[in-house]
Design a protein around this ligand. Structure first.
Ligand code: DGL
Length: 267
């Protein structure tokens, strides 16, 4: 039994979509979350910068005594997970593999769309793993850089969100995809809008599979908390706490009151 918290982090509010599933799958686990709201988006940054920033975030979580970490960001998972794994000595999971597994199970015609940030698409990782997992698959990847600022702004259902989604996703629909993998943890915040645009295409949100993966990892490592339920969670951000708190409430259904941290001074 181990009551230390799980660390979950993202570049902003996106990782809250993973937190939401972790709270459902692992109600007895305490969570420490970090959202790097001062430096979001990472998706338009270089691999070197993404790695440098994300190392600061994992070091912060480790300094707070977490027992395991979820990299709740596709951009970091697809660009920097290897580098992070070299320095992190506790169990750590990412979001790309669970998303690939969920999408492989969902597709019927093997024509798959993946949407993510520019850096995630540039990594080519989803395409590689999906083609390994679904032999004969055709994978179309599309960067949707405007989705992240829309979600950070809380514009997830208005006409701007719908029009933006229509422009980005229209192209994939014409290519005959039957499933659409949300390869960015911010995107499930606007899943209703995305579903409206893609109609009967299956929209795959990897968050549930990510939470299940963490459950297995904790069990395999003897790190389960043993508590039946806890509300003892802490949220840290690097900037703009009130806006984060609003999104947090919308995604998790209750207020938590994030604490602001100067991440660059933490080291
Ligand atoms: N939520 C992050 C992801 O899953 C990306 C947001 C960003 O560009 O910082 O890729």
């Amino acid at each position: 039994m181990d009551e230390r918290p799980i660390g979950i982090f993202d570049t902003g509010v996106g990782g809250l979509t993973v937190v939401s599933e972790v709270m459902k799958a692992l109600p007895g686990e305490r969570i420490i979350y970090f959202g790097d709201t001062a430096r979001v988006p990472y998706g338009s940054k270089s691999k070197e910068t993404i790695t440098k920033f994300s190392l600061q975030l994992v070091n912060f979580l480790i300094s707070r005594g977490v027992k395991a970490i979820i990299v709740a960001c596709n951009t970091i998972s697809s660009n920097s997970f290897g580098e992070l794994s070299r320095v992190v000595k506790i169990p750590m999971t990412e979001v790309v593999r669970p998303g690939v597994a969920a999408c492989s199970a969902a597709t019927r015609n093997k024509v798959i769309g993946v949407i993510g940030t520019e850096a995630t698409v540039r990594s080519g990782l989803y395409e590689k793993y999906l083609k390994e997992s679904v032999p004969g698959a055709t994978v179309y990847s599309k960067a949707c850089p405007l989705f992240v600022p829309l979600v950070e702004e809380g514009w997830t259902r208005n006409s701007v969100a719908r029009e933006t989604a229509g422009i980005y996703l229209g192209e994939l629909l014409e290519l005959g995809i039957d499933s659409l993998l949300l390869g960015c943890t911010h995107y499930p915040v606007m899943i209703d809008c995305i579903k409206e645009v893609v109609g009967d295409v299956t929209v795959v949100n990897p968050a549930e599979a990510v939470a299940r993966g963490m459950k297995t990892l904790l069990r395999e490592n003897g790190l389960e908390s043993g508590l039946e339920r806890t509300e003892d969670h802490t949220f840290y951000v690097s900037d703009n706490t009130p806006k984060f708190d609003g999104t947090c409430e919308a995604v998790l259904g209750r207020k938590f009151g994030a604490v602001k941290v100067d991440i660059e001074r933490e080291e």
